[in-house]
Design a protein around this ligand. Structure first.
Ligand code: GDP
Ligand code: MG
Length: 634
């Protein structure tokens, strides 16, 4: 078994790397008639005396041996006494399934370093659950064995198949045992060791029949013939071992275990192996190298290796997929910085370019506050400005009474002889003033959009900014700084645009309806409340002024719409576009800031390190897999 240990350990390392399920080595289950030598065979596989053996029904509960490979050092820590191999009985013996994995067992309550103690413990524990009446119990007994000399493997020792109850055994004992055996051997990931004693009739072996039922193809059944030394004089097991009695695909291996006498006289395993070899050489010289405990162990090794090799292609695929994944992850984290100057300049330029590009080619979806590529910025403002300013009614907030009062104030007590231009000017200025607030709101809107673009650029386009959070902050600071700095001048200009309109009411504007034209067109007069006591003239004046205000206001509104848009573009948008790059470079591209700005985010640095480490491990794993494929066990 030890030949496979380095392979399994290497694989273990791969599993740790790729997080794959550990390859489940097949469980090895021994089945056979009572006293055929099952426990003895298992023991010789493990190479330790620790199972109760003897005549009659000794194994009365399934014994699950969990072999755990531990590096030598760790084992020393486990074994205070310094023994090289250590066993633990798992208590409580609650439900534990192999699928849970070998390493998630309940905390062991007892630790043994003396294997004869274990033997005693197994006996006591068996009697505790089954009583002394030779009854059996399906409740498995778990024994975990830590050693540098074992594979991570599960061996199961089962009670023997009996013919009818003995003593006060329950009448259905045969059925109980069969059911228990079936529950183990029907697991497709189980290797069945069918143990038959050579001094019994192999042809009628119940165990072989049972194995054939659950494994008709014979891919996981191995036959072991024990007690070759106990055959009647003049008979031999030649036919059986050659497979002439019952052929077994994976092989038939004859062994000689220690007899009850050997056990009583403390014959060592080493000695017994030597004697076995000598016996085989003498009795079966032609078959000696194909039989014996050593050959059995080698065969098991080969079967396990075969199983491992079958699992390798899938593992290899997994390693390859993960390698590709981590390669792209690593790429997305960016290359390690080589030249900080170049990198800083590159990031700044990239940001500035992206920002300007976004300004030129984005639409501002008012409803969803989302940026979408498409229209030019100017167009967006035209739309927005148009909507905001056009919604202002030329006569908003102006009643007929206001007009009348203005006329009366302007003309004084004397009856008017001509159209009171003074009152027109007064009133139209009031209306023009109303354009200022919405125009200033447009500036605000432009500013919001420009700020939003910063975010847009850093989220969608510049992976580097996630990597260098300090640089990100600094860039945002510079851009908002420029915007902040440009806001007053833009507002001032917009304010002036309205002020300019207020400065002079140009009634000679070619598009303005002149008084004469309006006067001529006013024929019908709106009925005024009688209480106002309007003269005919006053009524007519009111209507004329109303129409003049509308005409003049529309001219101004159109002009303001146009020039506010141009103001925003010139003072704010184009300025940012023209100076962003140079401002960013001027403020950030400084030797003393370099290290600070290019400090990588800790997360990112850590993640890159981890990804790089994993990638290396994966490459090692891939190498190991190829090595294992070529490993020759003999
Ligand atoms: P189990 O009931 O199938 O587990 O059989 P055990 O392993 O307990 O063995 C039953 C008895 O047969 C024990 O006394 C063993 O010492 C003895 N025994 C097992 N194998 C051999 C063998 O190959 N040769 C001899 N002489 N005795 C054996
Ligand atoms: Mg036994």
């Amino acid at each position: 078994m030890e030949t496979l240990i380095p392979v399994i350990n290497k694989l273990q390392e791969i599993f740790n790397t790729v997080g794959a399920e550990v390859i489940q080595l097949p469980q090895i289950v021994v089945i056979g008639a009572q006293s055929s030598g099952k426990s003895s065979v298992l023991e010789s596989i493990v190479g330790r005396d620790f199972l109760p053996r003897g005549s009659g029904i000794v194994t009365r509960r399934p014994l699950v041996l969990l072999l755990v490979n531990v590096p030598f050092l760790e084992e020393r820590q486990h074994a205070a006494s310094g023994e090289t191999t250590l066993a633990q009985r798992e208590v409580p013996l609650g439900p534990w399934s192999v699928s849970q994995g070998l390493l998630c067992l309940p905390v062991p309550s007892q630790t043994f370093t003396d294997f004869s103690e274990i033997q005693q413990e197994i006996e006591t524990e068996t009697e505790r659950t089954t009583g002394t009446n030779k009854g059996i119990s399906p409740e498995p007994l778990y024994l975990k064995i830590y050693s540098p000399h074992v594979l991570n493997l599960t061996l199961v020792d089962l009670p023997g198949i009996t013919k009818g109850p003995v003593g006060d055994q329950p009448p259905d004992i045969e059925g109980q045992v069969l059911e228990m055996i079936l529950s183990y051997v029907s697991n497709p990931n189980c290797l069945i060791l069918v143990v038959t004693a050579a001094d019994t009739d192999v042809a009628t072996s119940e165990a072989l029949k049972l194995a054939r039922d659950v494994d008709p193809d014979g891919c996981r059944t191995l036959s072991v013939v024990t007690k070759l030394d106990l055959m009647d004089a003049g008979t031999d097991a030649m036919d059986v071992l050659m497979g002439r009695v019952i052929p077994v695909k994976l092989g038939i291996i004859g062994v000689v275990n220690r007899s009850q006498h050997d056990i009583k006289t403390w014959k060592s395993i080493t000695e017994s192996l030597q004697d076995e070899q000598a016996f085989l050489q003498k009795q079966y010289p032609l078959l000696a190298n194909r039989n014996g405990t050593r050959h059995l162990a080698k065969t098991l090794n080969r079967l396990l290796m075969h199983h491992i090799r079958n699992c390798l292609p899938e593992l290899k695929t997994r390693v390859n997929v993960l390698t590709a994944q981590y390669q792209s992850v690593l790429q997305s984290y960016g290359q390690p910085i080589e030249d900080k100057n170049a990198m800083l300049l590159q990031i700044i330029t990239k940001f500035a370019t992206e920002y300007c590009h976004t300004i030129e080619g984005t639409a501002w979806n008012i409803e969803t506050s989302e940026l979408c590529r498409g229209a030019r910025m100017g167009y967006i403002f035209q739309e927005t400005l148009g909507r905001t300013l056009e919604s202002i009614d030329p006569l908003a907030g102006l009643t007929m009474l206001d007009i009348l009062i203005a006329i009366r104030n302007a003309t004084g007590p004397r009856p008017a002889l001509f159209m009171p231009e003074v009152s027109f000017e007064l009133l139209v200025k009031r209306q023009i003033k109303r354009l200022e607030d919405p125009s200033l709101r447009c500036v605000q809107l432009a500013l919001q959009l420009l700020v939003h673009i910063i975010q847009h650029c850093s989220t969608y386009n510049t992976q580097e900014l996630l990597r260098f959070p300090k640089l990100h902050e600094a860039i945002v600071e510079v851009v908002t700084g420029i915007l902040r700095q440009r806001l007053p001048i833009t507002n001032e200009m917009v304010h002036n645009l309205v002020a300019i309109e207020l400065a002079y009411i140009n009634t000679k504007h070619p598009d303005f309806m002149d008084t004469a034209l309006v006067s001529a067109s006013v024929s019908t007069r709106k009925p005024m409340p009688a209480t106002w006591k309007l003269s005919q003239q006053e009524q007519w004046d009111c209507e004329v002024i109303r129409r003049l205000i509308i005409s003049y206001f529309l001219i101004v509104r159109k002009r303001i719409q146009d020039s506010v848009l141009k103001t925003i573009m010139h003072f704010l948008v184009n300025y940012v576009k023209d100076y962003l790059q140079s401002q960013l470079v001027g403020q950030l591209y400084k030797q003393e800031l370099l290290d600070m700005l290019l400090t990588e985010s800790e997360d990112m640095a850590q993640q890159r390190k981890e990804a790089a480490g994993l990638l290396q491990a994966l490459q090692r794993a891939s190498q190991t897999i190829s090595e294992i494929r070529e490993t020759q066990l003999w």
